[in-house]
Design a protein around this ligand. Structure first.
Ligand SMILES: N[C@@H](CCC(=O)N[C@@H](CS)C(=O)NCC(=O)O)C(=O)O
Length: 238
């Protein structure tokens, strides 16, 4: 199988991180291709490069050139949930989801919740791997009740599923749900947001996983400064 994962800037692209970390965690052979973030304006270099393959206009997307779609082109899978489900379908021997059906359903619920929820955390704490945003984190924590509610929900979700799975990762072994949580963990870590002891232990073990640790190193090594991703380093207001 020849797979290519198209990703954005590793320090900023939270969705790319989910897919990239999952592929690496399961040592699935994949080529990685980078599409540089820009303004995302219609016709921008980013949009033109994405449009060569995917109609969705965003990264990440996965191209499987051993399979064709209805028009005879290599199959393109976009959106992290669809990419992860595709990999779970293709690599049935890999424990991407928990074996137990009930625990698998809970892991899927949490991934779906993570996929479309936590807007306060997402909006106030743009992922920016390797940057010390602890001062901004302290101010946001003080001023943004919705952010505190998001974090309380994450603590509660992590504690509940780890009690069920017995850890060490969220649903037992490192799997889809951990990959889904990776960008959230980056936000908690680099904004240094206060979390429960259980969540802190999970953050530590999560960041030490080779797939996550490699992504962090690579994100720091390849980091670029893109204005619209940098509200805090460009502003003196917070
Ligand atoms: N729901 C999508 C979200 C993908 C997404 O928003 N990707 C961002 C980069 S992290 C992007 O490509 N944005 C381009 C744009 O906003 O035009 C997924 O989970 O893959």
């Amino acid at each position: 199988m020849s797979l290519t994962l198209f990703i954005g800037n590793k320090n900023y692209s939270s969705s790319s991180m989910r897919a990239g970390v999952l592929l690496r965690a399961f040592e699935i052979d994949v080529y990685e291709r980078f599409i540089r973030f820009d303004s995302f304006a219609p016709g921008s270099a980013f949009k033109r490069q994405v449009a060569e393959f995917s109609p969705a206009g965003s990264v990440p997307f996965l191209v499987d050139d051993t399979v064709t779609d209805a028009s005879g082109k290599p199959l393109v899978i976009w959106d992290t949930l669809a990419i992860i489900e595709y990999l779970a379908d293709r690599f049935t021997d890999l424990p991407i989801w928990p074996k137990d059906a009930a625990l698998r359903a809970r892991a899927r619920s949490l991934c779906a919740e993570m996929h479309c929820g936590f807007s306060a955390l997402r909006n106030h704490c743009i992922m920016n791997i390797g940057v010390d945003l602890s001062r901004q984190g302290r101010i946001l924590w003080r001023d943004q009740p919705a952010l505190r509610r998001d974090i309380a929900r994450i603590e509660n979700a992590c504690e509940e599923i780890m009690l069920w799975s017995k850890g060490p990762y969220l649903a037992g072994n490192f799997g889809a749900i951990d990959a889904f949580f990776a960008p959230v963990i980056m936000r908690l870590k680099y904004y240094d947001l206060p979390v429960s002891e259980t969540l802190q232990r999970y953050i530590d073990i999560h960041c030490a996983h080779p797939a996550v640790a490699e992504w962090i190193t690579s994100a720091i090594d390849t980091a670029e400064f893109i204005d619209f991703e940098e509200p805090y380093r460009l502003s003196t207001e917070i």
